[in-house]
Write a new protein. Structure first.
Length: 531
């Protein structure tokens, strides 16, 4: 029994939960109520019986701890049970449908995991001699070849760690290319409203000035407005395709031609590549640089903040400016890892060109586990399978969009089919009800909510990305749940304002939590010991 239960605490329950609320433990059958580890343990006890040790001299001097560390003492079973119970409250793709728009939370094939865990890949170290990791370098190089093939580009930088890191890599390539031709004065980057929010942040971080390009009423780039802004001060454009509204930018080739004619470069955010992989080659649309989120399109677990991987494919114009290190296979079949020290000599010998790289993006060579999973995914699917990935992802998104017509407002439904995402708004809900209420109601239905309040161009946005790995039965269940919650919001059901009712915790004051987060456990005597 923990301290919370000893004090007579009972979880706050919604209406209809009187039987569950009456439990002595606060548990609801196998949904266990779990206190904080500080509330379970005590700093006066230890989970292991240790003999008293005689005091001896210390080499720490005045750095020795003057007070107890203040950590709770738990036995091994108590510790294991605590974290196991917490893990039961996690939501992941292996538990259910994960409809986060713009995140591509698809199923991760276990074959990929099996390959990534092979000792020759999982147990190597980035500082091993190159001749002992030829297999790993071969995987990196072969994956690079396939990424170039799938995108119709000329080269690829494999080291960027994830999406925004890849964006920075591409923008630094553009910056280096402009400076190399004596046009470092081009400092303006145009970013459409329909682009990902990281795009303007990345451009600013790279030293550019960002200017906004409006969207049309149908949710796409205002091409005439973009063309009108082109000039000798414009370095390029950062565009997302398919965009954050889930729509394909049909004018992208026209935009690329105009930007190139004006002396700029085109960066494409490839986070949504899952919608077009095997169907559209960005290189054919005039793209100069594009990052690819391997953890999205080519599947690997990416919840909890990582790991990610964001290789950047480059056009012929930008290829010479890509970062180091990179892999290169010579005529004898050997894969070389090209570092700063030997890059210029190697490139002159094998490619007849001088070193023009802008430098390094990261200490080592990229995410080995991600590379192995992605290559496994590509080879196991093949060309026809990858094409079907995009087709099924688009089909599933359109099924969700059309199934909810008349239930939720879909601001761009009249623009025609969407791509991989279905976008809704809260415009037709009852007064006082919003997207947040829909999201909290879905938690009670057993679903992780969709992406909410993004993209910003749509008020109360709800962005659903079903991916290609969900069955029709799974989508029908989600559609039914979302329709039910939406109808309650349209009818003004007051119980929805306090949802979720069945989660381990009720609705939080998210504004207060963001402005005044409580990040440290404070309770005497533990807090006193920790100070």
């Amino acid at each position: 029994m923990n301290a919370i239960n000893q004090s007579g605490w009972k979880p706050e329950m919604g209406s209809g939960d009187t039987a569950a609320a009456a439990t002595f433990t606060g548990n609801r059958a196998l949904m266990l109520e779990e206190a904080l580890i500080f509330e379970i343990g005590s700093d006066t006890t230890c989970g292991v019986d240790l003999p008293t040790t005689p005091k001896g001299s210390s080499r720490l001097g005045n750095l020795a701890r003057a007070k107890p560390i203040g950590l709770p003492g738990l036995s091994e079973p108590e510790t294991v049970r605590h974290y196991t119970r917490l893990s039961r409250q996690n939501y992941g793709i292996d538990l259910g449908f994960f409809p986060l728009g713009s995140c591509t939370m698809k199923h991760n094939p276990r074959l990929n995991e099996k390959m990534a865990r092979l000792p020759g890949f999982a147990d190597i170290h980035p500082l091993q001699p190159v001749d002992t990791v030829q297999g790993a370098l071969g995987v990196i190089n072969e994956l690079a070849v396939w990424l170039i093939e799938l995108t119709g580009m000329h080269a690829v930088a494999m080291s960027p760690k994830a999406g925004a890191h890849g964006e920075l890599c591409g923008m630094l390539c553009i910056k280096a290319a402009l400076e190399a031709r004596g046009e470092g004065h081009r400092k303006v980057v145009l970013v459409p409203e329909s682009a990902h929010g990281t795009n303007p942040a990345t451009a600013a971080f790279a030293g550019f000035t960002v200017e906004n390009i409006p969207a049309t009423p149908e949710g796409r780039v205002d091409t005439p407005a973009l063309k009108a802004r082109l000039g000798p001060d414009v370095a390029g454009v950062m565009i997302t395709n398919p965009n954050t509204c889930g729509l394909f930018e049909r004018d992208l080739k026209e935009i690329s031609d105009a930007v190139h004619a004006a002396g700029g470069y085109v960066y494409c955010d490839g986070a949504n590549f899952n919608a077009i992989v095997g169907r559209v080659r960005p290189g054919d649309l005039g793209i100069d640089a594009m990052h690819i989120n391997l953890h999205k399109t080519f599947s690997t677990p990416h919840g909890g903040g990582g790991p990610g991987s964001g290789p950047v494919v480059l056009s012929k114009a930008l290829a010479p400016f890509g970062p180091l290190p990179y892999t290169a296979r010579t005529a004898d079949g050997v894969v070389h890892l090209i570092e700063e020290a030997d890059a210029e000599a190697f490139e002159r010998e094998h490619f007849g060109r001088p070193l023009t790289s802008f430098g390094r993006m990261t200490a080592f060579h990229g995410q080995m586990g991600m590379f192995t999973r992605a290559l496994t995914y590509i080879l196991s699917h093949g060309a026809d399978g990858l094409r079907q990935v995009a087709e099924d992802a688009v089909l599933n998104a359109n099924y969700v969009l059309r199934s909810l017509e008349g239930t939720l407002d879909a601001p761009f439904a009249a623009s025609g089919p969407c791509m991989h995402e279905a976008l809704f708004s809260d415009d037709n809900l009852a007064e006082g009800f919003s997207t947040l209420d829909i999201a909290k109601g879905l938690i009670d239905e057993g679903f992780h909510p969709m992406t909410v309040y993004f993209p910003l161009v749509v008020h109360g946005a709800m962005l659903v990305e079903p991916t290609e790995t969900e069955s029709k039965a799974a989508l029908d269940q989600f559609i039914g749940a979302l329709r039910s919650v939406a109808e309650r919001a349209k009818a003004g059901d007051p119980s929805l304002k306090s949802a979720p009712h069945f989660a381990p915790r009720r609705r939080l004051d998210e504004t207060l939590a963001a402005r005044k987060p409580v990040l440290v456990w404070k309770d005497a005597p533990l807090a006193e010991a920790a100070e």
